[in-house]
Design a protein around this ligand. Structure first.
Ligand SMILES: CCCCCCCCCCC/C=C/C(=O)SCCNC(=O)CCNC(=O)[C@H](O)C(C)(C)COP(=O)(O)OP(=O)(O)OC[C@H]1O[C@@H](n2cnc3c(N)ncnc32)[C@H](O)[C@@H]1OP(=O)(O)O
Ligand code: NDP
Length: 270
């Protein structure tokens, strides 16, 4: 069930939203629900094919269209093109969702500098590039929203994924700094920290040799809510934070994980 069903149908009318990585997984659900709630949305990622497919699925599910542009968030020139495309099509962006990310299982002692850079340049520098490219117009307009897709308590470490953990910890810090710097100028900045959501990106990049079905079933038993998350669990929180209902919330990293980060031992409370 789509995440927009909880909200008034025109809740995001008048917003111009950019969703990076909006062609798949969590980003797709956020883009679809923003479109359904009246926002003008541009989805951006590397694969033109994936974006075209997502555009079609969003139109079929919502009856409204969105736009897309191939963009590698690591490249500042691509982000410049993205800003020009959005502005020409819908006017300056009022909302940016930094969702694009790369992650893969890699024990720290085997991690090459190239592997480290591949993740840091996408997750951390990509978040910086897109925000730096789109926020000046928001500051000029005196209103805007930045939503970073993060991780719960990344400073506690993320074994096997130390590159991604480091990037997400830095993004949580950027969220606080940006919220403080821009709060008085009408721009709110928040994070959402999802728990395990079994997307294709997780299955393809994070499970190593593990069978996805078994890995997902095992993860679910470690979640107090006793189920994995869905992209819609995350998109509903994104809509709330990016709507007027969240207008006094800034600088927060909202954990949406069924209690996963509480680290409840197996069988506790069962
Ligand atoms: C649900 C239950 C499971 C439990 C999970 C619970 C915890 C949840 C918390 C999850 C937090 C975050 C999750 C995510 O981010 S999921 C998103 C995953 N999606 C993606 O990663 C997007 C697709 N990824 C990619 O396309 C590539 O990974 C990448 C972007 C890195 C490719 O970029 P690039 O083209 O620049 O990279 P290269 O191919 O040139 O490689 C550069 C070096 O990196 C090494 N590398 C790249 N990919 C992998 C891989 N999949 N596995 C191992 N190593 C990889 C590559 O070998 C290069 O290094 P070397 O030259 O030294 O070999
Ligand atoms: N699923 C989970 O359990 C969790 C996910 N997260 C976070 O949620 C977000 C979404 O993850 P999820 O939906 O699972 O994963 P996906 O793999 O489905 O999404 C990643 C997206 O990022 C895009 N992307 C990757 N590299 C780049 C790049 N260089 N430039 C532009 N776009 C890029 C991909 O599109 P393309 O290939 O077309 O470029 C893809 O659409 C990420 O930030 C992730 O870290 C956090 C905690 C848990």
């Amino acid at each position: 069930m789509d995440g927009h069903r909880y909200f008034a149908p025109d809740l995001l009318a008048g917003e111009v939203a950019v969703v990076t990585g909006g062609g798949s997984g969590i980003g797709f659900a956020i883009a679809r629900d923003f479109v359904a709630l009246g926002a003008d949305v541009v989805i951006a990622s590397r694969s033109a094919e994936r974006l075209a497919d997502a555009e079609g699925r969003i139109a079929a599910r919502t009856g409204r269209t969105c736009a897309s542009l191939p963009c590698d968030v690591r490249q500042e020139a691509d982000v410049d093109r993205l800003r020009e495309f959005v502005t020409a099509r819908y006017g300056p962006a009022t909302t940016v969702v930094n969702n694009a990310a790369a992650n893969f299982f890699m024990p720290a002692e085997r991690m090459t500098r190239r592997a480290f850079d591949a993740v840091l340049s996408t997750d951390l520098a990509g978040t910086f590039n897109v925000t730096r490219g789109l926020v000046p117009a928001m500051l000029e307009a005196g209103r805007g929203l930045v939503l970073n897709i993060t991780l719960a308590e990344p400073d506690r470490g993320f074994p096997g994924f130390s590159h991604c953990g480091a990037a997400k910890a830095a993004i949580v810090s950027l969220t606080s700094s940006w919220a403080y710097e821009w709060g008085g100028r009408g721009v709110r900045v928040n994070g959402i920290a999802p728990g395990p959501v079994p997307t294709e990106g997780v299955a393809a990049n994070m499970l190593g040799e593990h069978d996805p079905a078994r890995a997902f079933a095992g993860a679910a038993t470690r979640i107090p809510a006793r189920r994995l998350g869905t992209p819609e669990d995350i998109s509903a929180a994104a809509v709330f934070l990016c709507s007027p209902a969240g207008s006094w919330i800034t600088g927060q990293n909202l954990v949406v994980d069924g209690g996963f980060s509480l680290n409840v031992p197996p069988n506790a409370g069962a």
